[in-house]
Design a binder for this molecule. Structure first.
Ligand code: DAH
Length: 342
């Protein structure tokens, strides 16, 4: 190639290149033009430079300068066009319809909530409605009306936080019994779900704040047979074919009193750490309501009788789902809780 031919080729590259840049209508076209013109590997300019060694040695300097001018002109034009296209682009983020959707987090009901809702649904079929009471309760409703004598040792098992003005954090949902009986005449059947508080250790089967659900049926002629039949029906409905047992117990507000156990869902009765080796999990306390409780609510205890229970839905969840430690219910660990999503 001669110097003259080289110059002409450089001029032509510049002219054609400038026209190509001017025609680029969007960023993609401009990128393609940039690659075609000044791309290092196979751009037109690289191709032209490749001809330099074929020129006579004394012409190479001038030819190189011509190629450089073309290069600078092209690069300046490319940059100017890029700026112009960017300025003309619509403001705001570009919509990218190919962007993958965000992972949808559905959330799930807490196992204690699942249990409570099912318990309430089963008892609703038997005519029980839902009643509630305050968590900050008076000593009278929490203890005195429930026949706890002052300074009775039973109070030690239910130590709690005392608030200003004689209130306390209720140690059970049982105060809702008397509150409800004061407000509605028998016959009455209620469930009272809610939180209760106790000075308990936080271990595999105890928590200082826990859910409870109270049950109560008051009418003329209610007997222990009603209690046993209803709670056994509940256990069969809720757990399916599980075994239950009633153990004699003591509560100041019931006489006689019984605790109901179900077969441990973790070991199915052989004994493990969740059931302290017994094969059973205690899920509720129950009994025939003490006449003093009915009288505290203003009822004639010679006419009316009733039975009641207090159940721990947390314990029930352990038994049903085979959860080995009640503390898991309070950890708010999403990986654990998501297992209960339906
Ligand atoms: N309130 C008792 C507790 O928290 C549980 C209980 C036992 C409730 C017997 C009752 C009942 O209604 O009849 O330990």
């Amino acid at each position: 190639m001669t110097l003259d031919e080289f110059r002409k080729a450089a001029d032509k590259l510049e002219r054609d290149g400038l026209a190509m840049v001017a025609k680029a209508a969007d960023a993609d076209a401009l990128t393609a033009a940039r690659t075609a013109l000044v791309g290092r590997k196979s751009g037109k300019l690289t191709e032209l430079m490749g001809a330099l060694p074929s020129l006579p040695a004394d012409a190479r300097r001038e030819a190189g300068a011509a190629a450089n001018r073309a290069k600078q002109a092209l690069e300046a034009a490319l940059d100017a066009r890029a700026a112009a296209l960017a300025a003309a682009a619509p403001a705001g983020p570009a919509l990218d319809p190919t962007m993958p959707a965000r992972h949808v987090w559905r959330g799930a009901k807490h196992p204690v909530t699942i249990v409570l809702e099912e318990v309430i649904a089963i008892f609703r079929e038997l005519g029980f409605t839902v009643a509630t009471g305050p968590e900050a309760e008076t000593e009278w409703y929490n203890f005195s009306a429930l026949n706890f004598p002052p300074d009775h040792p039973a109070l030690d098992m239910q130590d709690t936080l005392y608030l200003e003005g004689g209130a306390l954090l209720r140690t059970h949902t049982s105060p809702v019994q008397v509150r409800t009986l004061q407000a509605y005449p028998p016959p009455i059947r209620i469930l009272a779900p809610g939180n209760a508080y106790r000075r308990d250790f936080f271990d595999a089967s105890h928590a200082p704040m826990f859910a409870q659900v109270e049950g109560m049926a008051v009418d003329e002629g209610i007997t222990f047979a009603d209690l046993k039949a209803t709670l056994t029906h509940f256990a069969n409905r809720f757990f399916g074919a599980t075994r239950t047992r009633f153990r004699p117990s003591y509560f100041p507000f019931t006489e006689p009193s019984a605790e109901m156990d179900v077969t441990c869902g973790v070991c199915h009765g052989t004994g493990c750490s969740a059931c302290k080796g017994t094969g059973w999990i205690e899920i509720l306390g129950s009994g025939l309501m003490h006449p003093k409780v009915l009288e505290a609510a203003g009822l004639d205890s010679t006419r009316y009788s009733g039975w009641a229970f207090g159940m721990g839905p947390g314990r029930v969840a352990l038994a049903r789902y085979g959860i080995p430690d009640i503390r898991l219910l309070y950890d708010s660990d999403v990986a654990f809780l998501e297992q209960f999503a339906k």
